[in-house]
Design a protein around this ligand. Structure first.
Ligand SMILES: C[S@@+](CC[C@H](N)C(=O)[O-])C[C@H]1O[C@@H](n2cnc3c(N)ncnc32)[C@H](O)[C@@H]1O
Length: 205
């Protein structure tokens, strides 16, 4: 795992938090970060793009483990909250997106794209918006870069999700290397890990 000692520092800061809802979300966020670290997609040399960043909970948590983190969201309200939350993290940049592309993100400039509970929103328009976003993700990713998705849809059928995901991503040269039914104890979201072109070997959970 890259940067294990820094991850331990981050996790140890949160030990003993009162079991409020906010603390439960914070603990779940850190569990997601630990999954990303275990899957070796983080590192101080890596730029992470969080599509549908919401309030920026993941962006703040990823800051100490990443070179740069870019959060993008269609909602001005979410962006305002994310900017407040991430104000103390100089390597986090929060952008108001158009809702249909990644304008402002340079070609091949991103090492990891994360979509945490965002794809169900993008699939609402019968897949067309998701198709546009995946083309943009492929454009923004460097060769060999990673995509991690938690929750592709809310239909509760990870096998069907996998089929639909591969239909969207294979033509773009994004290869599925992991599909895990429930990588987090705190959240029942299935996860999918794809890699941009060339590297299609299935990886351990
Ligand atoms: C369920 S929330 C998840 C937020 C965040 N990823 C998290 O886990 O805390 C989905 C987010 O996707 C954003 N979103 C929905 N459609 C979008 C689009 N077309 N482009 C960018 N963001 C979008 C919403 O504004 C919302 O913040």
């Amino acid at each position: 795992m890259r940067d294990t000692s820094r991850l331990d520092d981050v996790l140890s800061c949160h030990v003993g938090v009162r079991p409020t809802r906010a603390a439960a979300i914070a603990a779940s966020t850190l569990e997601i970060v630990s999954v990303l670290a275990r899957w070796e997609v983080l590192g101080p040399d890596r730029t992470v793009l969080d599509i549908g960043c919401g309030t920026g909970r993941l962006d703040a948590a990823l800051s100490p483990l990443s070179g740069a983190v870019i959060g993008i969201d269609i909602s001005p309200g979410m962006i305002a909250q994310a900017r407040t939350r991430c104000a103390g993290f100089p390597n986090v940049h929060v952008l108001l997106g158009s809702g249909h592309d990644l304008a402002g993100i340079a070609d091949g400039s991103v090492d990891l794209v994360v979509l945490l509970d965002t794809l169900p929103c993008l699939l609402l328009s019968e897949g067309e918006l998701a198709r546009r976003y995946f083309a943009e993700i492929e454009r923004a990713l460097r060769a060999g870069g990673d995509v991690v998705i938690l929750n592709f849809s809310y239909r509760g059928d990870p096998a069907a999700d996998r089929v639909d995901l591969e239909r969207l991503t294979q033509p773009l040269g994004l290869s599925l290397v992991r599909a895990v039914a429930r990588p987090c104890a705190s959240w029942d979201a299935p996860a999918f890990h794809l890699v941009k072109s060339g590297c299609s070997s299935v990886r351990p959970q």
